[in-house]
Design a protein around this ligand. Sequence first.
Ligand code: COI
Length: 355
Amino acid sequence: MFDISNISIEKISESKITQTDFDNLTFGRVFSDHMFVADYKDGEWTSPRIVPYQKLAISPANATLHYAQSIFEGLKAYKDQNGNALIFRPEANWARMNESAKRMCMPEIPEEIFMHGLEELIKLDKNWIPNQPGYSLYIRPFMFATDEYVGIRPSDTYKFIIFTCPVSKYYAKPVRVKVETKFTRAFAGGTGYAKAAGNYGAALYPARQAQNMGYDQLIWTDGLSHSKIEESGTMNVMFIINDTLITAPTDTGTILKGITRDSVLTLARDKGLKVEERSLTVEELYQALENGTLKEAFGTGTAATIANIELINLRDKDYTLPTPTDSYFSKQVYKTLDQIKTGQIPDKFDWIKTI
Ligand code: COI
């Protein structure tokens, strides 16, 4: 076992930061100077290190490329008024990553490797955290199999890497979604709750069909009956019908346990809003759209933050939702979350790790 407090750090010879246009960031295309790497072999994690962000050499027989033993996370860092880096709920991401690892037959990552690697990386690349309101440093931890072997079995070796990207909003404007009742994202007993790369790959084709029709994303329904609303391709989804916030429960094993989802539900309950974590049926959503009782619909996710839904296609009909005003819950909760993440109001739920 290594000493995690003594990881090796190789700094980049010349930072790329001066060549970066922070006013024109697109999500996921700009990468900060360094990355954290650790290798798993002979039953343990070894060689934790920070190195310049760089390409990896991969064997054509790399197990991940063939059988998708690959999982990832997404979290964000912000700056407070004093220039401290604030990371939002990293322990929750570490815990979820290990749930995904277990499901994908991959080794768990010890907390000290995840946390210490993350902290050292953010310390080193703190200047990459954008200052503009609504912008942040997106952090992408991921793990993948590295065995050079074409037979089917869990890999014996893995790489865990964390890199970061300064980002603006994932969705620049409110989204248009289509309720999907033909294709399936997840079944009970499958990998739907895991943040497994394959879940995203399998969703691309149905999402592309909807995008070709002018929608941004799908809202998935359950695989068995297509009668219950589940989640969207890039975020969990929430609806306010009359005065109640409704979102799909996570105990079905088919829904990603979103950390933004959990944060929004916590804040909603804290504000006294009625919350129901239950399956909303497609029929209920249809009725609410037809009779005007659907007050708000929005997605929640690390990348998406709170993404208002402006249009829902259901049963071949487009329903346009009212434009949210400042009195809408989605606007208020976005603001509260942003104030917590940037240290402007007290962190009463203990969500922030200050670096
Ligand atoms: C995230 O929100 O962090 C995700 O992983 C979703 C992906 C669309 C970027």
